[in-house]
Write a protein that binds this ligand. Structure first.
Ligand code: NAD
Length: 363
């Protein structure tokens, strides 16, 4: 039976990279019935909403989606359509593999990290209070009445909630994934020395869960120390489990370790639903210019194939991408040693080179 998958092209460079991934999957001969659903700029134009209900319904129905990046409108409406999608669909785990690919500009050949970011809580819940509002001043007065530490009147406030439920769910997910992927160590990333209750709960829950997995090594590290250690010796780490905000930042840092956002793939996983997307954003300055690297979205599609149980196809896809990058000829500007290299190709040409490799490897 044909597998139905929701395809959200997104906006900015989204439609170009989503099309690249779709073409690669078609070249693999995977029988997917793509259900196109809009979000972001095109959805606002056509449906009058940045995140139409039918897009959410399509993902809920198909349970699997591939998505291009979406611009976050500054100052109005959704804080972020991407965050809204993750929250609406309870995609609680953001999984981002970061591994060395030969032919990239990465200076860290030993890197092979698996980032597991909590996606549902932390400062991203959007519970915020604007400075100067009566409700904010009221909140500050209440806080100052019950807390020894005082908040300065006139402050803006963002709330950072961590629940035992979410901490337990994400750390169990990280250990189960480590087991499935034959990983040796899971490291909890936190700032529990300062945030004793929120990050403290994350760390304590991690330690409880870790005790249930005696075959997997476990450890913890403070996020600032991790940042330094990652740029010194990323090979010292294996699976990292992080709260939402640190996960967001460290994901980009790890994308930098492996050669840039153009090759960093990701998956947002829930209990029922999975949504695959590149780590990068909509790169508006390159929209419609046939410029950006399609690899991150193509590798995200590879993660989707693996999720669908199409492991062999996922392997062919990954090998095809790696072969093109290793050859270094038909690659976009970001993968050339000099970003202004006139021999760099566009999104379409790099995709065609990958498709050629897919066909050769599928014979
Ligand atoms: P961005 O990732 O869009 O781009 C930053 C820079 O990274 C680009 O200017 C480009 O130099 C490089 N880059 C990104 N993707 C690339 C690719 N595929 N190939 C080569 N180079 C690439 O980040 P930004 O400029 O901070 O964000 C732009 C918009 O995207 C914002 O509205 C932001 O909120 C949104 N965003 C969306 C998502 C998502 O949809 N999941 C993720 C991050 C940011």
């Amino acid at each position: 039976m044909k597998q139905k998958v929701t395809l959200i092209p997104g906006d900015g460079v989204g439609p170009e990279v989503a099309k690249a991934a779709q073409d690669c999957i078609d070249a693999l001969g995977v029988d997917i019935d793509w259900e196109i659903a809009l979000a972001g700029e095109p959805a606002l134009k056509e449906k009058g909403s940045l995140l139409p209900r039918e897009t959410l319904e399509s993902i809920k129905r198909n349970k699997v989606a591939l998505k291009g990046p979406i611009t976050t409108p500054v100052g109005k409406g959704f804080r972020s359509i991407n965050v809204a999608l993750r929250q609406e669909l309870d995609l609680f785990a953001c999984v981002r593999p970061s591994y060395y690919i030969e032919g990239t500009n990465s200076k860290y050949p030993g890197t092979n990290l698996l980032i597991v970011r909590e996606n549902s809580e932390d400062l991203y819940t959007g519970v915020e209070f604007q400075e100067g509002e009566p409700a904010t001043e009221d909140l500050i007065t209440r806080i100052n009445n019950i807390s020894e530490k005082k908040v300065r009147p006139g402050s803006a406030i963002s709330i950072k909630p961590f629940s035992q439920f979410a901490c337990d769910r994400i750390t169990r997910y990280a250990f189960e994934l480590a087991k499935k992927e034959n990983r040796k160590k899971v490291t909890c990333v936190h700032k529990a020395n300062i945030m004793k209750f929120t990050d403290g709960l994350f760390l304590r829950t991690f330690q409880e869960v870790a005790s249930l997995y005696p075959d997997i090594e476990s450890g913890d590290v403070i996020v600032d120390n991790l940042s330094m250690q990652l740029v010194m010796r990323p090979q010292a780490f294996d699976v990292l489990v992080l709260p939402n905000l640190y996960g967001d930042i460290i994901s980009d840092l790890c994308a930098g370790l492996i050669g840039g956002l153009g090759i960093a793939a990701g998956a947002n996983m829930g209990t029922e639903t999975a949504l695959f997307e590149p780590v990068h954003g909509s790169a508006p300055k390159y929209a419609g210019k046939n410029k950006v690297n399609p690899t991150a979205t193509i590798l995200s599609a590879g993660l989707m194939l693996k999720h669908l149980g199409l492991t062999k196809k996922a392997e062919i896809l990954e090998k095809a991408v790696l072969a093109v990058i290793k050859k270094g000829k038909s690659v976009t500007y970001d993968l050339k040693p000099d970003r202004n290299d006139p021999t760099a190709v566009g999104t379409k040409e790099m995709t065609q080179a990958i498709i050629k490799e897919i066909k050769a490897k599928s014979r």
